[in-house]
Design a protein around this ligand. Sequence first.
Ligand code: F6P
Length: 555
Amino acid sequence: MVVNKNLKTAADGDTKIALPRRSAWQALTRHHETLRTRQLRDLFAGDAGRAERFQLEAAGLFLDYSKHRMTDETMTLLFDLARQSGVEARRDAMFAGERINLTENRSVLHVALRAAPTDTYMVDGQNVVPEVHQVLKRMATLANSIRLGQWRGYTGEPIRNVINIGIGGSDLGPVMAYEALRHYSRRDMTFRFVSNIDGTDFTEAVHGLVPAQTLFIVSSKTFTTLETMTNAHSARDWLLRSAKDPAHTARHFVAVSTNAGAVREFGIDPANMFGFWDWVGGRYSMDSAIGLSTMLAVGPDNFARLLAGFRAMDQHFRTAPLEKNMPVIMGLLAVWYNNFFGSQTVAVLPYDQYLKRFPAYLQQLTMESNGKSITLDGTPVDYQTGPIFWGEPGTNGQHSFYQLLHQGTKLVPCDFIGFSRSLNPLGNHHDLLMANIFAQAEALAFGKTAAEVKAEGTPDWLVPHRTFAGNRPSNVILAEVLTPEVLGALVALYEHSVFTQGAIFSIDSFDQWGVELGKVLAKRIGSELSAATDSGLTHDVSTNALIRRYRRARA
Ligand code: F6P
């Protein structure tokens, strides 16, 4: 076994015993055998206090987790597993600024991005909070000057359009937050997001916009990402087709990055660059300057409210006992289905149109974090790690994939997310929307027996088709209304749930080596596609043939 010399952390001792050999894991394996066939109907029938016992409030969110295939004993064993897996020690190590991202030898301190000015978060002996607030202040100055029409483009007109160019964590957080907080956004300004290297994305994003009124935010932690840099160059060309003089780009480009040198080389004035730090992972960066487009859209005060929501959930995660800790409970239940019931996926089903990009955002957060198969000590896992996250806003999903959720052969735990009040009250729409959440969670859990179907007069041959087995688990997450604070708390809830799962799996939830190979190959193939000669292709025969076919077609 090759052991990384950076492996020593405060939490190291807790992960020495391989996951399947931890006593809680073995107890859960035995316990699962006894619980596997138990029905939620029965668990509820014999336990009037179940709903009350398995619910929790934190940071403005309410979680009902009673509709899970578990008992008090299950939860006790899961908490044992969390303790034996060093979840608390690893969490404390994160908050203490230790380099828990072992393979990149970095601290993991996105929690410092939403710290109050009086908080302290240390990295290498230095409190990083003042620096975080300095950047927030500069962002607010820029946001205000653009929102007030004081920042002018090259013709002297105010900026009306903002385009964020970024990908992955430099896109998904901003676009998700913009959509989620659209209610709070400036309606007289246009916000668009370009991520894909497909030229269609850029072309459509600038369609109908006046260059003199357009600001590009080039968002890239590394400032080397192929997609982002290609789009940024196309943006500059687009602007210069009207502006002509390269000096005019200064009024139309700002950058968000950790790479000042590359920003300068691109031609963006460092005065218009907003920095962040290597202790912020891309998929954990929406609270950093990567959130500049969000701040421009909703204003500095609403951005501060968003951060306050994150902070409230951070505080809860950091201080609540495991038994009352919302992200820990959600993480443990995710492990319960993933590793004991063999569930492959989790469906995230927000019943709020503003959260339409939330499942896409969670895909990167969860799968880039926990889609790993090597443990922290360098050995391959012999158990499942992170589940696949996917979803769509309700009620649309009900008319497409819910059939499989209710009657398919797969067990898909669901997270329903809803709000007591709508931001857009309209007749009885909201009651009907919420009725659907409660109905779906109930139908999944309790189903409809053959006897019930038959009693409705259904002919015998049709009874099996109309029967719902039930016993399908879900979380129901509720909040009063979708505010910036609630959005922050919701994202932090999933961040820390992912953390909990990663700690149990003993993996590095903060690296992403799995994206590298494709990048390297794409670079190589990119130059091969335009090569003049047909020789020199040394890929497998399938890839060689595909490249030749494309070359012929493009010629
Ligand atoms: O390819 C994956 C990734 O590295 C993500 O982790 C990151 O969010 C994204 O690319 C964008 O990276 P950057 O912000 O450096 O352009």
